[in-house]
Design a binder for this molecule. Sequence first.
Ligand SMILES: Nc1nc2c(ncn2[C@@H]2O[C@H](COP(=O)(O)OP(=O)(O)O)[C@@H](O)[C@H]2O)c(=O)[nH]1
Ligand SMILES: [Mg+2]
Length: 302
Amino acid sequence: MKKEEKFKSGYAAIVGKPNVGKSTLLNRLVMKKIAAISNKPQTTRNKITGVVHFPGGQIILLDTPGIHQASSQLNRLMVKASLSTYNDVDIILFVIDAKQGFTENDIFVMGTLENVKSPKLLIINKLDLVAKPDLLGLIAEANAKSIFDEIIPVSALRSDGLEDLGHTILGYLPEGPQYFPEDMITDCSEEFLVEEIVREKIMQRTRMEIPYAVAVVVEGMSEGHGNVWVIDALIIVEKQSQKKILIGAKGAMLKKLGKPAREEIEKRFGCKVYLNLFVKVKNNWREDGRSLRELGYLHDSN
Ligand SMILES: Nc1nc2c(ncn2[C@@H]2O[C@H](COP(=O)(O)OP(=O)(O)O)[C@@H](O)[C@H]2O)c(=O)[nH]1
Ligand SMILES: [Mg+2]
């Protein structure tokens, strides 16, 4: 950084319909995994912060649950969490899937952006899935919409185009303070990160309604003998039948979920972990205000 150049910093909201790769983009830009990823829509439930550090600036990324026409109370809260970020950010990163192009859902999300004054970048993600002529067609179509300040094709999964994207975003940010120290890449708590890792493994390994019926709460985290962290995590489901599936025969399913979760937690925090998983039924928690509050999805401001 030259002496006369001022430090730039600000907030960038990643928005788009579910499954376009918003969380993957956040993780890759931050270069550490923070947000859960799966091929199922609505994997992300909370607003998640990730910080990208540059010599002359800092981008604070907000990953959002994804906007869609919502049905359950949990889903409505998720959409509300996404929409509420628009007003407080310096730039919007609107993500679409290159293979799908502009679908009805993308148009719906774009509609919610109409009155937002911040600059808007269109990120065409999953570049790796399309041929060049198709991509050029999509870029032309996006240009015609003339609501985007720039159009940037990337492949988040392959980290293609992300360095340029980072610098482009930085270019739009105002002069500002260093909000986060350089070694801090998120303001999410360790408990939250563990909950996301466990929930991700469940989302990736279960089917039908189970991925959506699950919530995870870390009930305890403490240092045991020999520098091993002991973590107790509670998996909450809606029905007895779901509990049975998650536990599996003689606990086989829990083991299948627990191993990759433990390994990822160990990698993320750089210590040995003993992960205890418990399963509990909470009838209809997705529609129950008290449960939603206890699980951190409903805040008094909602
Ligand atoms: N081929 C390909 N797949 C991607 C890319 N980015 C994300 N995905 C996949 O798309 C799915 C949804 O990703 P996720 O980040 O959870 O999407 P979100 O719902 O928008 O947060 C996952 O299976 C990702 O691995 C990409 O650049 N290329
Ligand atoms: Mg997500």
